[in-house]
Ligand binder design. Structure first.
Ligand SMILES: Cc1cc2nc3c(=O)[nH]c(=O)nc-3n(C[C@H](O)[C@H](O)[C@H](O)COP(=O)(O)OP(=O)(O)OC[C@H]3O[C@@H](n4cnc5c(N)ncnc54)[C@H](O)[C@@H]3O)c2cc1C
Length: 396
């Protein structure tokens, strides 16, 4: 018998959550990460109600609130000529939104996985998968002291992010891919007054403003992906030039407390995420531009779907259960993927501007948009040709 039911490579939103969920069901789980926690990563970190509701289901939301993260109650989207403001309805009784630092959130998840009984080894780099024929049966890793570790399991899961090395080792094919559309930088500011969470969708730029721990504001300024070289050549000037004048005035009253972090590697893709003895979850399985703030919630969703599939599959037919997981993940995230592609096409905001203007003209549609983003209404209930066609036919 293999030493573990599952070895999970990566211990952040997808991996630690999956480890926790499987361990809570009595499964023997080993979670490996090359990082030591608390550890930061390149990511802003806004959580819609769809995401905080998962933390509430898992009994972790109170612990997050106790870290002093300010609750967020309103969402304002400045899109084209209009501003839509509201609050998504509660998902399973949870309507609060947060924007927790990843040093805090990821550590909370790692601790929860350990508390559930998962073995978590930090500072451990997975270098290879071990195979028996065409089946993956374990991993070879290098531990904190430089020692080689060979471990075996019924399943190896790559929860190792966008550039998943597990995906490379198992040869997971790209099922769908669309190049990076945006790029950007973010930094943390003190003394910047905020009004809940604010999104700005502007021609060739997007701006995200989030209140976070320690009274700081996380401020992302995105540009079209092709602008990366020019942006990188003068980050501060390009970043500040991207702000709307009223936001720039607020920012100039505050102080930048951190250096800028940025990226232009924001591809949109689905990888094949299940095969003999292996699976992928989180960004390793499916990645979309971050401007819609769905990545952490989708990682949590993937962890829940995969935990169900693995738990059931280990008792019956693991390969069929994993195939079902892949299908369910694509089915549940497909509309988010399409919406994200539409929003990230910053170069061509005209159709969006008309749509948002029509939504803003109807309070029930504004609330529906909030609920779609928050997680109580499906993307297809708003972003489908019939509803969009009717909205665009409304007199201005
Ligand atoms: C700029 C930016 C802004 C974002 N903003 C938001 C937002 O506001 N809201 C939101 O919901 N999402 C946001 N996201 C998306 C979010 O960050 C990701 O979707 C989320 O981090 C995915 O989690 P994950 O666990 O799948 O992968 P990751 O967080 O990437 O974790 C992967 C882990 O695997 C480990 N690892 C990798 N390879 C190995 C190996 N070989 N051996 C051992 N360990 C390994 C890494 O050390 C890492 O800890 C943003 C992303 C970016 C880039």
């Amino acid at each position: 018998m293999a030493a573990y039911d599952a070895i999970i490579v990566g211990a952040r939103c997808a991996g630690a959550s999956l480890g926790m969920l499987l361990a809570r069901r009595g499964r023997r789980v080993l979670v490996l990460d090359r990082a030591r926690f608390p550890s930061d990563t390149i990511s802003t970190h806004f959580l819609w109600p769809r995401t905080t509701a998962a933390l509430a289901r898992w009994g972790l939301l109170d612990a997050l609130a106790a870290t002093g993260c300010p609750p967020i109650e309103t969402v304002t989207m400045h899109a084209g000529p209009v501003s839509l403001r509201g609050r998504p309805e509660a998902v399973d009784g949870t309507s609060v939104m947060y924007c927790p630092r990843r040093t805090v959130l990821d550590k909370l998840l790692v601790d929860a996985a350990r508390a559930a009984g998962a073995e978590v080894r930090e500072a451990t780099l997975v270098r290879e998968v071990i195979r028996d024929g065409d089946r993956v049966v374990g991993v070879r890793a290098v531990g904190a002291a430089g020692e080689t570790i060979d471990v075996r399991a019924s399943l190896v899961v790559g929860a190792d992010g966008l550039n998943s090395s597990v995906a490379g080792m198992v040869g997971a094919a790209m099922a769908r891919s669309h190049p990076s559309l945006t790029c950007g930088f973010y930094a943390y500011w003190s003394g910047v007054p905020v009004d809940g969470v604010e999104f700005f969708l502007r021609e060739a730029r997007d701006i995200l403003v989030f209140p976070t721990h320690d009274g700081l504001t996380c401020l992302w300024v995105g540009r079209a992906n092709g602008d990366w070289s020019a942006y990188r050549a003068d980050v501060e000037a390009t970043y500040l030039a991207g702000l709307d004048p009223s936001l720039l005035a607020r920012v100039q009253r505050g102080r930048r407390e951190t250096s800028f972090k940025g990226t232009h590697r924001l591809p949109n893709f689905y990888r094949d995420c299940a095969g003999p003895g292996w699976a992928l979850v989180g960004d390793a399985a499916y990645h979309r531009d971050p401007l819609t703030g769905m990545g952490i919630g989708d990682a949590f969703l993937g962890a829940e779907l995969l935990a169900d599939a693995v738990h059931d599959g280990l008792a019956a037919d693991l390969d069929s259960a994993l195939a079902g997981y892949q299908e369910a993940l694509r089915e549940k995230t497909g509309a988010v993927f399409e919406y994200t592609l539409m929003s990230a096409a910053l170069k061509d905001p005209q159709p969006q501007a008309a749509l948002y203007r029509a939504i803003a003209a109807q309070p029930d549609m504004t609330q529906r948009l909030m609920n779609v983003l928050g997680g109580t209404a499906s993307f297809r209930s708003l972003f489908n040709p019939r509803v969009i066609g009717a909205l665009l036919r409304q007199p201005p």
